[in-house]
Ligand binder design. Structure first.
Ligand SMILES: [Zn+2]
Length: 485
């Protein structure tokens, strides 16, 4: 056994300190790696992804933490500065914190919950869903990493209601009418159903909140009355609000018109429209007059599906200065060699002037179509807002393009005989959301004032004096009486 020298003792104690330091460093590294180091924060997901909620909505919250595992999860709803807890869960800790006994960790969980507006004391309007989860990492002074998810939602609890306020008092078959109505809250869509088509309403241009107006085509047929439905569809749920209205119509008799088809005309049509049966001119013509006409009307509906939400027009529409030929609503019978071969309704006004006369915009609007349109030939369609459109057909030349803004009287092109036309003329049509209506009314400034714009003029509340005397307040239009049922 060697005797320890003074030098030797010194060296050994120095070695001991170095080893101790080394061990401490290794221990710190192990502690850091296995304990504190946590690569992943928890993640949260909420299904379904909806923003507008009814009285009961089922949700599924999904929480995940890949390494240390989930510690807790909490779901709450906030409204007007108050918070209510919907769900709170704490999950078991791993057996040895951080040293990872994998079996006991919760790394992924899906929990269902229901947002029951009444039970939670929530009311109509905005609310916030707030979800948070922690993991078991030693981060944040052993509190764990935090994940949060917030979702702004709109609670839709009060049933939607639609209230009729007034309708144009002179309704002519084939003409236009306006209904004024009120909604108790915003709807996904509202308007009036005529036949099987919904005509969408727009906010009252007079600026009265919650009030809407809808311009609708009055059915062409009907013995003095028509039934339409005022409807409003809610943002969520299927329960739509509906009010049935019985409208009385002025009686109207349509003109009938006979068109004799000559061989020359049929040959010309067959040449203008490529046909499946080139040998049979009559069959080719009937295909164009029936099927292509239908397709063209479908296209008009599509083009007129969207409209500016405010009226772009001002005053009556300008009428093209031409001799009236065929009129709106004419019942046309097509004859060939003395036999009836077809029947159609003419849905515009034919106006004839000098060949290639300039065609001008009936009112201010936006060009939504400027191209050939089957039987209508070269055509321009303008959107005037609130679902009102005008159409100019058989043009020889178009001077505008889709998207252009045009003023009343602005030149759109020149008359011609393109499409299914016997000679140079302008076929002028008016549409409400794609349905053809009688243009004559739109040329009449009195009609426009009394039957359309007069309904949305801001009304002042009747003064007590006027009420007592049974007099209507100034500005109250006769049109507002309507025919409510
Ligand atoms: Zn025509």
């Amino acid at each position: 056994m060697a005797k320890l020298t003074k030098e030797g003792v010194k060296r050994q104690s120095r070695l001991f300190v170095v080893n101790l330091l080394r061990a401490a460093v290794v221990a710190a590294v192990i502690w850091f790696i296995f304990g504190n180091l946590d690569w992943y924060a928890p993640t949260l997901a909420l299904k379904p992804d909806v923003g507008v909620l009814g009285s009961h909505t089922d949700f599924l919250v999904e929480a995940e933490d890949k390494d240390s595992g989930l510690r807790d999860l909490r779901v709450a709803v906030q409204q007007d500065g108050q918070e209510k807890e919907i769900l709170a869960r704490t999950f078991p800790a791993p057996a040895l914190w951080g040293f990872g006994s994998k079996g006991s960790r919760i790394t992924m969980i899906e929990l269902p919950f229901t947002l029951d507006a009444k039970a939670l004391g929530l009311k109509e309007g905005k609310a916030t869903l707030a979800i948070q989860a922690h993991d078991y990492s030693w981060r944040n002074h052993f509190q764990g990493r935090l994940a949060t998810l917030t979702r702004e939602v709109e609670l839709d609890l009060v049933p939607l209601k639609v209230t009729f306020l007034g309708v144009s008092h002179l309704l002519k078959p084939g003409g236009s009418g306006l209904i004024l109505y009120r909604l108790n809250k915003p709807a996904k869509v509202s308007g009036v159903v005529v036949g099987d088509h919904l005509y969408r309403g727009f906010p009252n241009p007079g600026g009265k909140a919650e009030e809407c107006v809808v311009l609708f085509p009055v059915p062409q047929e009907g013995s003095g009355s028509a039934t339409v439905d005022l409807v409003a569809r809610p943002a969520v749920g299927a329960a739509e609000a509906r009010q049935r209205l019985a409208l009385s119509l002025k009686p109207r008799k349509w003109r009938s018109d006979r068109l004799d088809l000559s061989d020359n005309f049929l040959r010309q049509v067959a040449a203008d429209f490529s046909s499946a049966n080139p040998g049979d001119f009559l069959a080719a013509y009937l295909k164009v007059n029936r099927e292509l006409r239908k397709e063209n009307h479908e296209r008009v509906r599509q083009v007129c599906a969207d409209s500016q939400p405010q009226p772009l027009w001002s005053g009556a529409f300008q009428r093209f200065l031409g001799k009236p030929m065929a009129r709106f609503g004419d019942r046309r019978t097509y004859m060939y060699q003395g036999k009836v071969v077809d029947q159609q309704v003419h849905l515009g006004e034919d106006l004839a002037s000098l060949e290639h006369s300039p065609v001008t915009a009936g009112n201010r609007g936006v060009v939504v179509l400027a191209e050939p349109l089957g039987i209508y030939g070269q055509t321009v369609i303008l959107d005037h807002g609130l679902g009102v459109f005008s159409m100019y057909s058989h043009l020889s030349q178009i001077d505008v393009k889709a998207g252009d803004q045009v003023d009343k009287g602005g030149v759109l092109g020149r008359t011609g005989a393109t499409g299914l036309a016997g000679g140079d003329h302008l076929h002028f049509a008016m549409m409400l959301q794609g349905e053809f209506v009688d243009p004559v009314e739109w040329w009449d400034s009195h009609w426009l004032k009394d039957q359309v714009e007069g309904l949305w003029v801001k009304e002042e509340a009747p003064t007590p004096a006027a009420k007592a005397q049974g007099k209507p307040a100034k500005g109250k239009s006769k049109a507002r009486k309507g025919q409510k049922r």
